[in-house]
Design a protein around this ligand. Sequence first.
Ligand code: PNS
Length: 171
Amino acid sequence: MSERIAVCPGSFDPVTLGHVDIIQRASAIFDKVIVLVSINPTKEPMFSPEERVEMIKTVTKNLDNVEVEASEGLLADFVKSKGATAIVKGLRAVSDFEYEFQMALANKKLCPEAETIFLVTRSENMYLSSSVVKQIAYFGGDISDFVPAEIKERIAARLTGLGRETINAKE
Ligand code: PNS
């Protein structure tokens, strides 16, 4: 049987424990998981694509079947170019659903050979997002419960005391 490849896409600005949990669970299901740091030219990210890739590589180094890349453009095109058959996303609250449902339908049209698979987030990560991490770090709060220990200092050092308007930008 051919290798089963999944893509885990996201902004990962920065990667959180919720993301890592989804990547780990996907890596147990698929032969190979490619984590895609999506570059959105209309957003001002806190961390460059290279930094985001580097941080994800650091926190997934124990997962042999996980690769990390950054790319600009349509997710569907990336999935096709990699021969992947699944897009794996974490689903938190009901509020995620409408947006994710729309994306899944659009991606199915653009890339019929891939299925979107939702993994339900662990309850402890239910309200966790990159935006929450950014807000807590900005106000000097402890982000230990939200981001991997290996990159905690790096994230805190960058975010503490930044401009509020930047922090409040979604994701
Ligand atoms: O972590 P996020 O910000 O919720 O991730 C959203 C992401 C990157 C998965 C989504 O914006 C995406 O797939 N972007 C790539 C461009 C694209 O394909 N857009 C959707 C067309 S239907």
